[in-house]
Design a protein around this ligand. Sequence first.
Ligand code: UDP
Length: 464
Amino acid sequence: MVPHALLVAFPLQGHINPMMQLAWKLVSHGFLVTFLNSDSNHNRILKANTPNSLHDNIRMISVPFEFPVMDTLEGIANGMEALGKDMGPSVIDRVVREINARNEENKLTCIIADAWMCFGLQSVATLHKIPLAAFHTALTSFFAIYYFSPSLVSLGILASDGTPKKDKTVKFHSSMPALHSGDLPWLWAGEYMFRKGIRMAEEVKHIKWVLFNSFLEIEVPLVETLSKEVGVYPIGPLIPPEFLHSRTSTKVLPSFWKNDTECLQWLDKHYAHSVIYISFGSITVLSEKQVEELAMGMEATRRPFLWLLRPDLMKGSEAILPADFLERVRDRGCIVSWAPQLEVLSHPSIACFVTHCGWNSVQESITIGVPMLCWPYFADQFLNRTYVIDVWKLGLPLNANSEGIIEKGEFVKGLEILLESEQGLEIREEARKLKIIAFWSHCFVSGLSLSCREGPCFVSFCLL
Ligand code: UDP
């Protein structure tokens, strides 16, 4: 009998990717993995990827769920509540029974669920006499913000709806950098997300194994503090090491959009460290003016660029670029709707990454050693930017004007500092150093996967 894990992914691209990387890691340790997704994502993935690009020992299954439109505060709350029902404990219980009935020889030996999907799952795992682990796909500090928030409410630093009461900055713990009060991760979705996050941390802290898609060395003081109270296991970076050496990986992340691999050949034509890579992940939405100014900024830099312009990047319409823009940048610009980002970042021609600071993008950039220009959009991305710029010193901010637009001059200036100045040299040197640390961290976690740093590791718990 082989160990068999049920992985329950939160149905968004930025959560599915690290969950799939965890699946690859489990498979490399001899696991069979059943990967549960929502059917709307499942169908998108099947449409966008060739079936044989997905791993043999990972069975993709799905249950009916599609996020309702989440463009209002009410919509967000409704979406999250619907998710808790349609992919909640009773559904997972049914899924476990069905899998076990079909696999007499290979019954499930554990459940690993996204931290935001763990509500009520401990009782399901207990019922089936298998262990449960939570997998937090963001930086450990993001979890810590919600974990420490109730004490900040008691101290009168935050109001009960999460609004900062006193200062311009909020410090959640002495082991974390202060956050500007406008950068708190729930502000985009108000009180609902504040309460939901606190409930998530409350639920997760009772789970014995809380795996983090982060690595110890970038958050040492916090992990040490938290691990006195919660079973914290930073198991990253999960990015397969072959991406650190070459781009010949056979692994493909299950994307919602078809990967444009021709951009890799386009990159081949450029000098080392010459191309600006611009991507805002899978959910960011920009206004027409923001896209236009960004395009003008790219034109003004006179550098080659690869721009990920998702078909739905712009609210309400396909992205509209300035007149004749494509013609003017024809010789040095490549625009695609979705690319294999790990291969792109690890291509030698990439000079820097203009990013929205989604945690996967940031961690991929750290692991591959690419410096960043940061333009966060929502949720944890402002926190990630604080770490990238103030703590790890791996990048620079792009500051928006009062209308939320990054003006072309700001863009050109940021690139010049990052790629040509003394300060930029120091940033690039930090990126190089942290890449090496990330690599050793990866080897350490992989090498000791059967007897992890402090106590048994997630792999051995799955075998219990
Ligand atoms: N990604 C990709 N191709 C693209 C853009 C993004 O493969 O063209 C991947 C990226 O490597 C990352 C994920 O999509 O793994 C985006 O996650 P992130 O946390 O950065 O941002 P989110 O989409 O959650 O805002």
